[in-house]
Design a binder for this molecule. Structure first.
Ligand SMILES: NC(=O)c1ccc[n+]([C@@H]2O[C@H](COP(=O)([O-])OP(=O)(O)OC[C@H]3O[C@@H](n4cnc5c(N)ncnc54)[C@H](O)[C@@H]3O)[C@@H](O)[C@H]2O)c1
Length: 257
């Protein structure tokens, strides 16, 4: 157990954000579930409270600068200094050639996954730098490292990895660490709905991993928790794969003979 912290989780109502909220709440941290989906967000708060944890919901649309700035100002004045920001709000893409994705869909994805994440980092930066402490965690992806047929999503996740590195270098001298996790395909509601619709096959996903299993939300939450812990005090600027060995096995298994 480390000192209780104020932990803001964008996209905290579902998937990676949901699991991460539970993990930090077990440590006694105060969780701020910030999400565009208020029904789910309030339900997550109730779940955490039912387990004896501390959580509160706040509306957030990461694609709106005013909404991002309102959230950060409200947490800082009403809840306490933000110790940890986890940027988990995001949307996924179905595979398609570049010609089949409309520019509206492309721009919407970048507004949430990239511009939104950028604005959240930008809003907490002066507070964390001013106090000389803090952790920011971004959710990248294994697509930050390899190309898939996701023309808007892949470049966006590579950009998240690079932003993580840039901000780690900028904010490190002020005592703030900035890291990312790169999960491989994980059965969050966003992926489970595609599995249920027959669009994704878990057996094929597992077959590409070194470890014969899928990544679970708890695996990602645990990695995020570690990166924000005192034990990780020498780690900044990394994008840590949480991928059951997908990145190594996929290249190893396709070695051309
Ligand atoms: N599931 C995977 O396989 C996987 C793998 C790698 C990376 N990721 C990344 O993890 C992150 C979380 O994805 P997930 O799988 O948990 O999805 P999810 O759909 O379960 O959760 C995403 C959450 O973000 C919220 N959200 C969406 N748009 C928002 C907005 N404009 N403002 C605020 N909140 C918003 C949703 O309401 C939802 O609660 C995303 O960045 C995603 O790209 C997911």
């Amino acid at each position: 157990m480390s000192e209780p912290r104020v932990v803001v989780i964008t996209g905290g109502a579902s998937g990676m954000g949901h699991g991460t909220g539970h993990r930090f709440a077990e440590n006694g941290d105060q969780i701020v579930v910030a999400d565009v989906n208020s029904n789910l967000g309030h339900a997550v708060v109730r779940e955490i409270e039912d387990k004896g944890g501390r959580a509160i919901f706040h509306d957030l649309d990461v694609s709106e600068e005013e909404s991002v700035n309102d959230l950060v100002a409200w947490v800082e004045s009403e809840i306490g200094p933000i110790d940890v920001l986890v940027n988990s709000a995001g949307v996924l893409q179905n595979p398609m050639p570049i010609t089949e994705m409309s520019m509206e869909e492309h721009d919407r994805m970048w507004d949430i996954n990239n511009r939104g994440l950028y604005m959240c980092c930008r809003a907490v930066a002066p507070h964390m730098k001013g106090r000389g402490r803090g952790n920011i965690i971004n959710i990248a992806s294994t697509t930050s490292f390899v190309a898939w047929p996701l023309t808007a999503y892949d470049p966006g996740k590579t950009s998240v990895k690079m932003l993580t590195e840039v901000l780690a270098a900028e904010m490190g001298p002020k005592g703030v660490r900035v890291n990312a996790v790169a999960p491989h395909i994980t059965a969050t509601p966003a992926i489970q709905s595609r599995i249920d619709a027959g669009e994704r096959d878990p057996a094929k996903i597992v077959a590409q991993n070194a470890l014969p299993r899928m990544v679970e939300v708890e695996d990602v939450a645990e990695a995020i928790f570690f990166l924000c812990s005192p034990e990780a005090k020498a780690i900044t600027g990394v994008t840590l794969p949480v991928d059951c060995g997908f990145l190594v096995a996929s290249s190893y298994n396709t070695y051309p003979k």
